[in-house]
Design a protein around this ligand. Structure first.
Ligand code: 26V
Length: 723
């Protein structure tokens, strides 16, 4: 195939647009980066070349953004998260630039289908679920608000596992998302960071006679940063996500060489590099905990060293740090940063303890994401001592001073001291990371109103009494760019035609749609769009699962991680009841397609059994002709961000049915509501705020309240309620 001169980009210089320029770069990358002639280029080549062209635009803007921020010596937000569930990046980048449609048209003239090309991109699944997706949404919103913000994380080679369903069971397969390389990242060897691990602490006095601690005899690992651009929507800002990859250090290689032979050295090197190899699936039981703690510290050490490197460019003392850096901890996973900050300030920069502590508290904020006791991180002291001996000392020092303060307020209340201590004594001696995060931060926030209240009343009441002003709430959100504008462009268009496009950057403006709720024309258009979205999903289900899905049936959807507290089991039991009622009682129920999507943690046996049950129930129902026009059930395998973008716009009913007081917020609930699905839900997490926003009449409420659950929990014995 040859490209005719009329459509060769740049042929008409008087009318060149941004998209002309983009297409020119695309063709350039195809030729010079992929080394492909047009005729031989595969779809993968085309996807990569187009993404590289978009990346060129983004990095050009990133250079200007960073220069502006550095010259202005602005205060930056640093978002520290072990997880980022970014999903695909090509479509949203083009949508944020405002170029998707024009790019699609230009590519069509070249015989290419952008909607197909963009789907070649593997999801960057560097997270488990809500917490990781929230981090990705925050990055988009921070950029769109023109906030000088950097995300920091780990460049896992393997993200969240791919899920296959074999004979109804979940089977995990490794997700090697970097197989073809990622066109979105740029490696920055010039900013590589050395990280120390293990070793011992020596106590000395310096020339001025002051006690100094020396962390020595360590193993060295290098952190190599990869930058991913984070585009804003509708402004020129492009922020950065910096992800660390572990590499063996050269001196470490040398030691290994001296100890053993060549092969041993290479083997040890490979072992070091396992630090950033794989994302930990949030498991019921965490095994191989040492590697997880090393991962957390590796990430934190690289990140803080990078933050100081940037700060030191403009400052001679650390006094200004709280005015230049706000470090937000996404859960306790990066909480070891508090002790690392103290180590840097006290050991390396020779600050007095009190001054170092003032700065640390002024810099850190901590977001709590769960009330589930089994999900709270507690590291065995013995493990901490081996991997991070100096940090354990620092944590003990922090604890001593903190408990002295508590004692001053509540002398003699030893129960309170034990409850508040950073160290638990039983069932094993461990470091309570949530306590460290609370003590070392100026602010602690929950992620929905109910959850923030429960942090104070149920999770850490002693801390809330001690520092009432420290505890706040910031209800989660989702980016309307990905979760409406990009994934449901038809509905976005219908909205924009009525209220303008201000809602894209200021979601409160959606209120202006209210007068159209009773407008028959808008209602009709909404129904048509929903139907098209259902058709698109039905085709996918037909292709992947060979299950026919009647699109005039109600699409009833529950997609989220599989966990008992989220009650997918209750949902499938309800489906069984419905099946029996239609089959045996000929009940005249409206047609329904019940859809599930969920990954279970690999070692979470019960969750995997529920997946098996859903699949088996689905097989029974879907092969029974007696209910064919009334009920269908499908388990959609490998639920992930890109699949959510297909499913959510097609939903009629959003299932948000966790036991009240267990789901911290939920964010899927918001994505469904944004796409015009009605919610059936409990008064849990952010469902409460969604119900307030849409009105009780537009929300199917059921279940116990959090207080009722708490009341019944002590006496409820389901086996005594049988028959
Ligand atoms: C993890 C685990 C792992 C071990 C088994 C029990 C268990 C229970 C909960 C968790 C969740 C850990 C933190 C987390 O991902 N929280 C989620 O954060 C979202 C963003 O704030 C929020 O919307 C979800 O409600 C919350 O579960």
């Amino acid at each position: 195939m040859s490209i005719s001169t009329e459509i060769t980009p740049g042929s008409d210089h008087s009318k060149r647009t941004d998209v002309d320029w983009l297409i020119e770069r695309f063709l350039g990358h195809l030729k010079y980066t992929r080394a492909k002639d047009w005729a031989y280029a595969t779809s993968m080549d085309q996807y990569l070349a187009l993404s590289l062209a978009v990346r060129d635009v983004l990095f050009e803007r990133k250079i200007i953004t960073q220069l502006t921020h550095t010259r202005g010596d602005v205060k930056r937000v640093y978002y520290l998260s072990l997880e980022y569930l970014l999903g695909q990046m090509l479509r949203c980048s083009l949508v944020n630039l405002g170029w998707y449609e024009s790019c699609r048209e230009r590519l069509e003239r070249l015989g290419l289908d952008l909607d197909e090309l963009r789907d070649i991109e593997p999801d960057a699944g560097l997270g488990n679920g809500g917490l990781g997706r929230l981090a990705a949404c925050y990055l988009d919103s921070l950029a769109t608000l023109d906030m000088p913000a950097l995300g920091y994380g780990i460049r896992y080679e393997y993200g969240i596992f791919d899920q296959e369903i074999v004979n109804g069971w979940q089977v995990e397969r490794p997700d090697y998302w970097l197989r073809f390389g990622s066109p979105w990242e740029i490696v920055r060897p010039e900013f590589a960071c050395p990280v120390r691990l293990f070793g011992r602490v020596e106590h000395r006095t310096d020339a001025a006679g002051r006690p100094r601690s020396l962390w020595t005899g360590c193993r060295l690992v290098m952190g190599l940063p990869y930058d991913i651009p984070i585009p804003s929507c509708g402004t020129g800002t492009v922020n950065l996500l910096r992800l660390w990859s572990a590499r063996a250090s050269e001196s470490f290689d040398l030691n290994a060489f001296n100890r053993g032979g060549y092969l041993e050295a290479v083997q040890e090197q490979a072992l070091t590099e396992t630090i950033s190899k794989v994302l930990y699936p949030s498991d019921a039981v965490e095994k191989n905990r040492e590697l997880r703690l090393i991962q957390q510290y590796f990430f934190v050490a690289c990140t803080l060293s990078d933050i100081f490197r940037r700060y030191d460019k403009n400052h001679d003392t650390v006094d200004e740090l709280p005015n230049k850096a706000a470090i937000q901890l996404n859960d306790t996973h990066p909480a070891v940063a508090i002790s690392e900050m103290m180590r840097i300030l006290v050991d390396e920069r020779a600050l007095r303890w009190e001054r170092a502590w003032e700065i640390t508290q002024a810099v850190f904020g901590y977001t709590n994401h769960t009330l589930m006791p089994e999900a709270l991180e507690i590291w065995p002291v013995s493990l901490f001592e081996r991997v991070l001996p100096r940090h354990l000392e620092i944590i003990y020092d922090i604890n001593q001073r903190f408990l002295d303060d508590v004692r001053r307020r509540y002398s003699g209340d030893s129960g309170r001291i034990q409850r508040m201590s950073l160290i638990q004594e039983s069932p094993f001696k461990g470091v309570r990371m949530a306590h460290l995060a609370i003590v070392g931060s100026h602010t602690v926030n929950g992620v929905a109103k109910l959850h923030s209240d429960l942090i104070r009343s149920r999770l850490v009441p002693d801390f809330a009494e001690f520092w009432p002003e420290r505890f706040t709430g910031v209800t989660n959100g989702v980016t309307p760019r990905r979760w409406l504008l990009a994934c449901n462009s038809a509905l976005a268009g219908a909205i924009t035609r009525r209220i303008g496009d201000g809602w894209i950057r200021d979601l409160d403006q959606l209120r202006r749609l209210e007068p159209f709720a009773d407008d028959p024309e808008f209602q009709k258009e909404f129904q048509q769009i929903k139907r098209q979205n259902k058709q698109r999903l039905a085709e996918w289900i037909g292709r992947k699962l060979a299950i026919p899905t009647p699109i005039d049936a109600m699409f009833d959807v529950q997609v989220k991680r599989l966990h008992e507290y989220k009650r997918q089991l209750m949902n499938i039991l309800q489906v069984i009841i419905r099946y029996h009622r239609i089959r045996d009682e000929r009940a005249d129920l409206p047609p329904r397609v019940v859809l599930f999507g969920a990954k279970a943690a690999p070692s979470y046996h019960h969750a995997k059994l529920i997946i098996k049950l859903i699949n088996d129930v689905g097989r029974t129902i879907n092969t029974d002709p007696r209910v064919a026009d009334r009920l269908r059930v499908a388990f959609l395998p490998n639920y992930r961000v890109s699949l959510a973008e297909l499913i959510i716009p097609a939903a009629d009913l959003s299932e948000q049915i966790s036991t009240a007081g267990t789901e911290a917020s939920g964010t899927g609930n918001m994505k469904f509501a944004l796409n015009g699905a009605l919610t059936i839900g409990t008064l849990d997490g952010a469902n409460v705020e969604i119900r307030d926003a849409v009105g009780a009449d537009n929300f199917f409420l059921f279940g116990l309240t959090e207080q009722e659950v708490a009341y019944y929990r002590s006496t409820y014995q389901p086996w005594q309620l049988g028959t």
